[in-house]
Design a protein around this ligand. Structure first.
Ligand SMILES: *[C@@H]1O[C@H](CO)[C@@H](O)[C@H](O)[C@H]1NC(C)=O
Ligand SMILES: *[C@@H]1O[C@H](CO)[C@@H](O)[C@H](O)[C@H]1NC(C)=O
Ligand SMILES: *[C@@H]1O[C@H](CO)[C@@H](O)[C@H](O)[C@H]1NC(C)=O
Ligand SMILES: [Zn+2]
Length: 476
């Protein structure tokens, strides 16, 4: 139970006794009824409205207006995309460490992580029969190469793993083409992840996977794939929705399809990278932490501006805004920019292993990795009590219409904290178009909007500052 500090606490304390004696509840002062505790939390959080307004004002209307966009544009234009293992990524991390220090942030440092090092190389796919047609492709992360002369083979086109299994007897020696329907990213991504493995199991020599996206202008979407253990590794790439549908139509007409696939991808030895960290150290409980984050690595296409430059830079902006307002929360506000998220949350996992001894002091972990478009609020994974507190916190964002609180707040890099009971949050935003650009050459600054980034930074800053400054950590 909280100590009685404010007049409102005393009133509540008396209220509890009155209610107890009236027999309305059987409670004692040791267990405050929920609705009274909620009132106490409401009172405490509402005291942050002035600070929230100052943060919003600075971020959205004041001198920090457009800053997130401008900073991100400079970084992505200068360094380009940043795949794990690349010099681009490490140079961009060096640049960030310098900027974060210059920004007056505390404990700025990199934490070493060994990361996969896959290099795409040259690649092409040509339909030879029934008509010559060069396809736009992107090899999938961790794919092996073809022989240097390529693989020329007949194609077997299927719509699902089920159809592949039914046609298993026709699969040997063929290039397996998947034209799966799009049923949302979370569901359909299994074709990208496991397509090569399933194809190899039935004797396929390569696999081509329809890009996992609800929309296409002949744009291939890359991403990570995983070879199952004990399965022959075969080259694998994504093709466009347009080509996948055309191949399926040709196949349904009974036309013989022959494809010539060439890939020269390399899996090099793991490379050293870093998670990038900066803080505003807490004034009262420095060991307790509210963490804001995004991943700094990207795919090797586009600029990695949306995925996840936006998430990374609203996290930096959060610390900038708090520092510029001269605020210092009771708990430490820590920004982490993860490395090698795209290869399966490698940086996030390494960070958890290194810091899990501080599990009990992790108050809230936040990661933005599903777009930084117009924010609506937060997605949260937490128990009922913590959710009740967060509902009050979200009210501070009414002025920018970002007060919604929904479920499922875990993201790849914060999963382990959340699985171990730490409340986790991600950004609820109008990201209907996120997967249009995801993992493509179209992921550039052109997708992003300065005002939307300002609003996202304001949400991130108001929430993280308030939670870091409340009297108590979030219940778990
Ligand atoms: C932010 O960008 C908008 C649109 O380009 C511009 O009108 C505004 O003046 C900019 N704000 C600042 C502080 O530079
Ligand atoms: C892989 O093969 C080895 C040896 O044949 C076997 O012991 C192991 O269980 C297999 N693993 C899987 C995942 O099938
Ligand atoms: C919030 O929503 C209201 C009503 O839809 C609208 O008038 C207002 O402009 C919005 N404010 C912001 C900051 O988007
Ligand atoms: Zn991402």
């Amino acid at each position: 139970m909280r100590t009685l500090k404010h007049p409102v606490d005393i009133v509540m304390y008396l209220g509890t006794i009155l209610l107890s004696t009236a027999g309305v509840t059987g409670t004692t002062i040791l267990s405050v009824p929920n609705y009274l505790r909620q009132e106490e939390i409401r009172q405490e959080v509402s005291k942050y409205q002035d600070i929230a307004n100052k943060i919003i004002d600075l971020a959205v209307h004041g001198s920090a207006q457009n800053q997130t966009y401008n900073r991100l544009a400079y970084m992505t234009d200068r360094f380009g995309n940043r795949i794990a293992g690349s010099r681009n990524l490490e140079h961009a991390i060096d640049y960030m460490l310098a900027r974060l220090t210059e920004d007056g942030l505390e404990n700025v440092h990199g934490e070493d992580v060994m990361v996969p090092h896959w290099v795409r190389g040259k690649e092409s796919a040509m339909i030879i029969e029934p008509r010559r047609h060069p396809m736009a492709i992107l090899g999938l992360g961790s794919s092996i190469a073809t022989p240097s002369s390529g693989i020329k083979a007949e194609a077997l086109v299927v719509k699902s793993f089920d159809e592949l299994h039914k046609k298993a007897s026709q699969a040997k020696g063929k290039i397996i083409v998947y034209n799966q329907d799009y049923h949302g990213y979370g569901t359909s991504v299994k074709y990208r992840r496991l397509g090569a493995t399933e194809a190899a199991k039935v004797g396929g020599v390569a696999s081509l996977i329809r890009s996992v996206t609800p929309f296409s202008i002949n744009s291939p979407h890359t991403g990570q794939q995983d070879y199952g253990s004990n399965v022959t590794k075969i080259p694998t790439a994504c093709i466009t929705v347009e080509d996948a549908e055309m191949l399926y139509r040709m196949s349904n007409r009974g036309e013989k399809i022959v494809i010539h696939l060439k890939m020269s991808a390399k899996n090099l030895p793991p490379a050293k990278s870093r998670n990038t960290v900066a803080e505003i150290v807490g004034s009262k409980y420095p060991e307790q932490v509210v963490l804001v984050s995004g991943h700094f690595d990207s795919w090797d296409v586009g600029e990695g501006a949306m995925d996840d430059g936006g998430g990374a830079f609203i996290s930096w902006q959060t610390l900038t805004l708090i520092r510029r307002l001269g605020l210092r929360p009771k708990r430490t506000l820590r920004m982490v920019l993860w490395t090698a998220e795209e290869q399966g949350g490698v940086g996030g996992r390494a960070y958890y292993e290194r810091h899990k001894s501080n599990l009990k002091n992790m108050d809230l972990v936040m990661e933005s990795d599903v777009g930084t478009f117009t924010p609506l609020g937060l997605k949260l994974t937490a128990n009922k009590q913590a959710t009740a507190v967060m509902k009050e916190v979200m009210k501070l964002l009414k002025a920018i219409n970002a007060s919604q609180l929904s479920t499922d707040g875990s993201e790849t890099d914060i999963t382990r904290w959340v699985e171990n009971g730490v409340p986790g949050a991600s950004l609820l935003n109008q990201n209907e178009k996120y997967f249009y650009f995801h993992h493509t050459n179209g992921d550039t600054m052109t997708v992003l909007d300065p005002h939307q980034l300002d609003l996202c930074a304001a949400v991130w800053a108001v929430v993280s500052f308030t939670v870091a400054d409340l009297c108590e950590m979030l219940p778990r």
